[in-house]
Design a protein around this ligand. Structure first.
Ligand SMILES: Cc1ncc(CN)c(N)n1
Length: 218
């Protein structure tokens, strides 16, 4: 079994919980309050900037030229392509230009940056994988289950994450992860699994914090 297959099996209960989160269910039905989506998009703009930096750091640490290139393309994809989606919503929803990260957003981005800078390279790659893979799975799930709902205001978001371009990046990220997993020891693979699980939990926290409009308590 590939490392990615066993990692997915490991987080399947958590993934099923993510699908049932009110944020994702209401986004699918088009009933998510705009205020919550705006909060999410503003935090996500901050997230993507930091995620892009983490991907660039991983790129610089890669040994193989194809992997350097793949991760630098992922970095520009996060900033250029995904942010274009935000710009559309920024115009229609009037989102702020500068965002103070919420506690969950800061926790997640700092975790990714720490792994990208100091983790073993394969652990760093496992840590960023949920950002690709969970979004792809959630995007596909929503796309296939929202059929028939006309005028969903979140259509562009759904189309981005269920689309072909994103699917190609995810497939490449999975392939590289399995290649690196195959070159590490059993304990290296276990560390990868822990990082993959941690980032998956942080994805849950990110959606949950947006739904709650999370604030700093002090
Ligand atoms: C929090 C989060 N995680 C993942 C993605 C998809 N790259 C995103 N836009 N935002």
């Amino acid at each position: 079994m590939k490392w990615t297959e066993s990692a997915w099996e490991h987080i399947t209960p958590l993934y099923n919980t993510i699908l049932q989160m009110p944020f994702n269910q209401e986004l699918m039905m088009g009933t998510l309050p705009l205020e919550k989506f705006k909060f999410y998009m503003a935090q996500d703009a901050y997230y993507l900037g930091e995620f892009g930096k983490a991907l660039s750091m991983i790129s610089a640490r890669m040994e193989k030229t194809e992997h350097v290139l793949a991760f630098s393309q992922f970095a520009s994809g996060a900033i250029v392509v995904e942010r274009a989606l935000h710009e559309g919503y920024f115009k229609t929803l009037g989102l702020p230009e500068n965002v103070n990260p919420s506690p969950s957003c800061l926790l997640y981005t700092n975790y990714l940056l720490k792994e990208a800078a100091y983790g073993n390279i394969e652990t760093a790659v496992a840590a960023v994988l949920p950002c690709f893979w969970i979004y792809k799975k959630v995007g596909d799930y929503i796309y296939h289950n929202q059929k028939g709902i006309e005028g969903n205001p979140y259509k562009d978001w759904i189309d981005t994450y269920s689309g072909e371009d994103f699917a190609k990046s995810v497939a490449l990220a999975l392939e590289i992860t399995d290649e690196l997993a195959g070159q590490t020891s059993a304990s290296g693979q276990e560390k990868m699994l822990q990082a993959f699980e941690m980032a998956s939990k942080l994805e849950w926290m990110f959606w949950d914090s947006a739904y709650r409009l999370e604030k700093w308590e002090v």
